[in-house]
Design a protein around this ligand. Structure first.
Ligand code: SAM
Length: 347
């Protein structure tokens, strides 16, 4: 069975689902407030080998034990990253920020007007201020965007902005966890990637179908193999968008690192019959399992597959990227673009 690379799992912890914003596209549960306690975080870290922790889901800075949990992770020597709308970085001291390997800030648009009308007044400036602050402290910053039907043709501009500011750029495809309202159609998905790959220097592409068509090797690790997610309710998931919630912290204690061999995690390995003889199947493994499940069933092929859509294989004008290590590169269906080197950057 495939195991995480010697140093352990990349663990995503949602300390809380509370947020100071209410973005229309967000997957977080808004029914009630749940929180992982410091004790829960300890249970996770003591039961599986942890290579790195990424704090996401809500705004972790709203968690009453945020600073104590951060200190616990620092004391363990864990590699830590945080995904934030800017708020959680702003509540941290410079010393605390220096403990992170990477700070991720979300931008869904490349202009202040569009970003603030999507997320809330002042968010654009907060992200830019915290980006500058974190970079001044010598910590790397990644701007993260979700590719949706509302912005799929504007992402290259966010990539350019990230690069101008000295940040990396990461793109995830919108997952219809709560609504289809922001889902991409087939043409939007491929137009979005073609535009991105034309303009931004690609570092890592783990979006399974795009990766396969670019001719890259199969992803090693990834959802439910090298990564484990723990929600604020204490649900243990192979992927943050996985809709089935049947594993909890007690099962994680029971299985330990072998959680990735549990039937609940192995379910992601199912490959649709449609894909059986495809020449790309070893690389794309049938596409994104969470998307397939959310959009109708694990046994259905991924809707963005050109063979499913009866379309020609898309072509790309790809720009080679950097070979540096990116904290979230091994996780899930994500695509990372590298910042230009110092000398290439606009002032
Ligand atoms: C859930 S938020 C949590 C951290 C923080 N509140 C923020 O906005 O970055 C983490 C990232 O997931 C993205 N996201 C939210 N809902 C999503 C969805 N349904 N599909 C894909 N990405 C989503 C957000 O836009 C954000 O970039």
């Amino acid at each position: 069975m495939e195991r995480p690379s010697g140093n352990g799992f990349s663990v995503g912890l949602g300390l809380t689902n509370e947020c100071n914003l209410a973005c229309a596209h967000c997957y977080r549960d808004t029914g009630r407030i749940d929180r992982l306690s410091l004790e829960d975080v300890r249970r996770v870290c003591e039961n599986v080998p942890v290579r790195s922790v990424n704090l996401g889901t809500g705004e972790n800075g709203l968690h009453p034990e945020f600073h104590a949990i951060l200190q616990y992770l620092r004391d363990r020597g864990t590699t830590i990253a945080l995904t934030s709308n800017g708020y959680s970085a702003a509540v941290l001291s410079d010393d605390e920020l220096r403990a992170f390997a990477d700070l991720e800030f979300s931008l869904d648009f490349a202009t202040e007007r569009e970003q603030d009308s999507w997320r809330g007044p002042g968010n654009w400036q907060l992200v830019l201020d915290q980006t500058a602050r974190v970079l001044r402290l010598g910590v790397s910053v990644t701007i993260i965007a979700v590719m949706m039907r509302t912005n799929y043709d504007k992402l290259a501009e966010i990539g350019a902005l990230a690069s101008q500011h000295g940040a990396n750029f990461r793109v995830n495809v919108y997952q219809p966890v709560k609504t289809d309202a922001f889902s991409l159609d087939y043409e939007q998905f491929w137009t979005g990637f073609q535009r991105l790959l034309k303009s931004c220097p690609l570092a890592v592409c783990n979006e399974p179908i795009v990766r396969a068509i670019l001719g890259f090797d199969p992803v090693l690790g990834g959802c439910g193999k090298g990564t484990i997610r723990v929600t604020p309710k204490g649900e243990v998931l192979p992927c943050v968008y996985w809709p089935k919630r049947n594993v909890g912290l007690a099962e994680l204690e029971k299985w330990g690192a072998a959680i990735v061999d549990s039937p609940a995690f192995r379910e992601l390995d199912r490959i649709p019959q449609f894909c059986g003889n495809c020449r790309f199947v070893e690389s794309c493994r049938g596409g994104c399992p969470s998307r397939r499940l959310l959009r109708g069933g694990l046994d259905l092929p991924d809707e963005f597959c050109p063979f499913v859509a009866g379309k020609p294989i898309p072509s790309f004008a790809s720009r080679a990227g950097s070979s540096r290590q990116f904290p979230k590169a091994g996780s899930a269906c994500t695509t990372v673009f590298g910042a230009q080197e110092q000398g290439d950057r606009k002032a």
